[in-house]
Write a protein that binds this ligand. Sequence first.
Ligand code: SF4
Length: 433
Amino acid sequence: MHMSTVAKNNHALAGRTLWVPRMSESGARFFAAVFRSIGINASATPESNEDTLELGGLHTSGEECYPNKVTIGDFLRIIHTDDFDPSKHAFFMPTANGPCRFGQYAPYLRTVLDKLGHTSVPIVSPTSENGYDGLDDHGNSMIISLWRGMVCGDILKKMLLKTRPYETLEGAADEAHEKSMQLIEAVLSQPGVPSKLRLKHLIEAMSKVRQLFHDVPACYTHNKPLIGVVGEIFCRLNDFSNYDAIRKIEAHGGECWLSDISEWVWYTNWSQKSNLRRAKKTISLDMLKAVIKNKFQRIDEDKLLAQFHDDFIGYEEPHDVYKNVLKPAWEYLPADGALGEMVLSIGKAIYLYYKGADGIIDISPFSCMNGIVTEAVYHDVSKDYDDLPIRNFYFDASSSNMDRDLDIFMELAAGYAKRKKYPRVYPSIFKGE
Ligand code: SF4
């Protein structure tokens, strides 16, 4: 089932729970909340566990991507519950065109469900081909809410990652993050709220979010290496898949700057416009729609971010994905030829060099072409940028090279911190050494 089918026939999902895969926790929970606001009973898939990998492994051959195994495994856990009724469930799985195997996830899930005899269980699947415009069919309010939810999720994660390494009460930052997610879920899931009013409610909720994080007892010092975390989107955002890589870096004394989800949306917007230009459709209705969408997304993002201005001094995300990320990466990987996360990872690494990062970690599933290509290129990037430490870490269902090599990497980052040319800029809450 394509998203537009759902959009035009909400009843296709009537009586069903729509399960949203947990790429990032806030992302899945907020997407589900938005679906609930239009009367679709949606929920994030339960947290992954050992059964995820076991069931995912039973229905994959080993050739598929690790994130595919994790998402299929999580869906199969639902199917394997004792009282599973195929008429009461549906699965959400976006798709994308291009060289990446992500485009195969939804068709593959369909094959698995069909093989298990669940031909009637729908898969809801918007596509990146048109910048996920398929979501638009339900009316602008839904795509606007999804975008706002994504922005809020990114802000929450940023607040968490800039607070947790400095907390003096263990668990306090995570607690603030959980409470924050609940606040945003409550706003996003309210049915029948006009768009402007919902934005007002979100801004009010984000003010409480800010206070929750400010209330975390913490001691902000200048001595933690800042580690940029880039790489394959699912594996870097999904703590289960990367064996809690961020916490491991924090346990080694680092602070992480994780590439967020909005980055992917800005990239697909750019890519959509670039494809239209290449098809000589610079002046076209599609281009107008793409430009307007970009503009409104930026306006909402600015409004949600405004009150975090002081918190994010020194933590500013690239304002223009082409100028700040794709262009600096061009000489290593031109974005009109190399597609997807690999260009974003290279460009973001360079962006973070100028923001005073002390090292870059690229997280990828084993056998993912993003990691394979970036690893080949990082050597030159590092050489051209003062030997900035950059390291690929790979993950699959049974192993990772992170535990073995993180000690050495963090030592390199600490060494680089002493000689780097571009120091960090800190928000006023940081007191010094
Ligand atoms: S980026 Fe890599 S792991 Fe992710 S879907 Fe594509 S090929 Fe698979």
